[in-house]
Design a protein around this ligand. Sequence first.
Ligand SMILES: NC(=O)c1ccc[n+]([C@@H]2O[C@H](COP(=O)([O-])OP(=O)(O)OC[C@H]3O[C@@H](n4cnc5c(N)ncnc54)[C@H](OP(=O)(O)O)[C@@H]3O)[C@@H](O)[C@H]2O)c1
Length: 318
Amino acid sequence: MLEDRAHDLRERHGISWRFTGVATRRLGWIADPAGLDPAACGERAPSRAKGREANPKLANVRAWLSAAQADVLFEATALNVETGQPAVDHIRAALEHGAHAITANKGPIVHAYRELRDLAATKGKRFLFESTVMDGVPILSLFHELPVIHLQGFHGILNSTTNVILSDMGNGLSFDESLKKAQALGIAETDATHDIDGWDAAVKTAALITVLMDVPVRLEEIHCEGIRELTTNAVRNGRRDGWPFKLVCRAQRVGSGVKASVAPEKVSSSSPMGKISGTSSYIYFETDIFPGLAITEENPGLYATAYGMLADFVRAVS
Ligand SMILES: NC(=O)c1ccc[n+]([C@@H]2O[C@H](COP(=O)([O-])OP(=O)(O)OC[C@H]3O[C@@H](n4cnc5c(N)ncnc54)[C@H](OP(=O)(O)O)[C@@H]3O)[C@@H](O)[C@H]2O)c1
């Protein structure tokens, strides 16, 4: 995406970039401040990575950030629902190093949002995470454009994997066949049980409550039910009768707190949520100014997530 939009970045935003490091568990820590060829570092191009082996002296994220002379970190490790690690440590290290931190990982928002937000402010750097909810759709940025508004609640469909599974089960595929299809699309979490048991949707719900409603909700406080117990028959019959099952996220302000849930619900096929199928997502915000404000994201591919991180990059360095 960085290469694809390099011309626009340079001409429209005056941004040029150099890719100076990459790290995964399998690749190890690779850094070269003179610049790396992104294609030569991908896990699917091991032969081209020759000469770019991990430096054994770079044993941790801090040494790697220094060696790469990083100005910006893109953090995209797998979701850890329980602790948000190692992403929390990566982002903290980046901000302390003096780099902007951009993540698609929801874990750090739920487990360390206030700490990382305050650290970024202290360091004069940006901590941005637009891709964590609805891929690159500017949900979080939208609220920057709505100053002093009060969000009372929201509901929607925020997990694509279960939406693909429920859509395909409604068309007669088995649960396992539908899950395989979602995994082939690359949208399932690294551990797909996070999707199926509702935890990915719960983490997104918690992230929106924490950031947009300013209530630091804990995951255990969200009533969470997944789609594991739904039979193919029930899903198919629901669709046939005009009341398809959807995994619905809900949050409502109650006093100084928020009541929130993630659970399968039958919704009317003529309602906005009833029309959300496949990888599409939907959210409906209730605010004190706009009683209802809805956003639909139709059939995004993986580029939508990468775009959200790219847009955060432009916001951070412009
Ligand atoms: N895919 C989507 O549609 C989407 C949409 C929005 C948000 N996200 C979020 O984006 C993040 C990445 O998703 P993905 O689909 O790209 O997952 P993925 O394909 O499983 O990739 C995860 C990457 O993280 C690396 N990794 C995992 N644990 C690590 C660790 N402890 N230290 C260093 N590297 C580690 C893995 O490399 P190794 O296996 O070599 O360790 C792999 O390169 C997740 O947090 C996900 O929730 C994804």
